[in-house]
Design a binder for this molecule. Structure first.
Ligand SMILES: Nc1ncnc2c1ncn2[C@@H]1O[C@H](COP(=O)(O)OP(=O)(O)O)[C@@H](O)[C@H]1O
Ligand SMILES: CC(=O)N[C@@H](CCC(=O)OP(=O)(O)O)C(=O)O
Length: 286
């Protein structure tokens, strides 16, 4: 790079940092729930970048809460074990054998990978699931889906304790039933329930598309709840996007200020969304 180009680069970096001040002030002590989807996780480098962003958020006074998915990792393990799996409207039909694999993969492999990545960047991540400290009590979402849970009671007390201790909660989407059973909760649904219980300032849903697309494939940057309902009814929103938009509407009704659906594969997507004027993805508000 020529000296003149290097100078221009530094000046632009300094300007971005300086322009971040009002955003840093706005999010001081804010609660930001981030759903980190299985498709957004990517390779080790992407995981490292994500972890660094989360640690930076904590460093500047944000209280980040990570709720993760892991659908592709569950699929891989189910395939190895020759267990067939079906989805209905983006939710996995879950019998007992499937539940065992879901819990093993989510609470074990996926959760600990994220915890380790955050701690390697100097953070203090604590891994838990909805079964810990009565965080999420479930009822069956729909008898046709088996052990898929709908969060009925969320007690965020443990999360406030972790915030006070400068720790970053990393939550696997599992919940406890009323009779000791374990439920599989869609990661988006779980993130929405936690965000609503915390009355979070932002819920960021990181996925592998750049936002919610209209019928001609263009990303809509600002969406109202009514628009989302209409797009779901006419089939423009389908498959894995349904739990995301359903979650967004429920979270907003539950007191979350705004929900953003954005591409987690873009490096530093959460930082761009929170601390720059550009934002990213589709923002859904009441
Ligand atoms: N209107 C829409 N806009 C964007 N994506 C959509 C839309 N309707 C359906 N989708 C699908 O939803 C998918 C995202 O959901 P999913 O794959 O379950 O993500 P994740 O694993 O990150 O939770 C996209 O890859 C896309 O195929
Ligand atoms: C009920 C249900 O569908 N649970 C999901 C939980 C993981 C998840 O949501 O993962 P992603 O966010 O990566 O899709 C599943 O079994 O795949």
């Amino acid at each position: 790079m020529k000296q003149r180009d290097m100078n221009r680069d530094w000046i632009s970096t300094a300007r971005t940092l300086s322009e971040a001040l009002p955003y840093l002030q706005r999010y001081d002590d804010a609660i930001v729930v981030i759903k980190f989807g299985g498709h957004a996780m990517g390779d080790d480098e992407a995981m490292e970048t994500f972890a660094r962003d989360v640690v930076l958020m904590r460093q500047v006074g944000v209280n980040p809460v990570i709720v993760h998915g892991g659908g592709p990792m569950i699929n891989e393990m189910l395939e190895k074990l020759a267990i067939k799996s079906d989805f209905v409207n983006g939710k996995r039909v879950t019998d007992e054998a499937t539940m065992e694999v879901v819990e093993m993969v989510l609470s074990g492999r996926v959760n600990k990978r994220i915890v380790q990545a955050i701690n390697a960047q100097g953070g203090r991540a604590v891994g838990l699931s909805g079964k810990d400290a009565n965080l999420v009590i479930c009822d069956p979402a729909d008898p046709a889906l088996g052990l898929v849970g709908a969060p009925s009671q969320v007690d965020p007390g443990i999360l406030h304790t972790l915030f006070k201790d400068d720790a970053i909660p990393v939550i696997a989407p599992l919940g406890a039933g009323r009779s000791g059973e374990t439920y599989n909760i869609n990661g988006d649904t779980m993130a929405g329930a936690i965000a609503a219980a915390l009355k979070a300032d932002r819920l960021l849903l990181l996925t592998d598309v750049d936002g919610v697309r209209d019928a001609s494939g263009h990303v809509i940057t600002d969406l109202k709840a009514d628009q989302v309902r209409a797009m779901t009814a006419d089939g423009t929103i389908s498959g894995g996007m349904i739990p995301k938009t359903e979650t967004a509407l429920d979270a907003i009704a539950g007191g979350v200020r705004a929900v953003v659906i954005l591409d987690g594969r873009v490096p530093n997507a959460p930082l761009l969304e929170l601390f720059t004027e550009h934002g990213a993805g589709s923002m859904i508000r009441a």
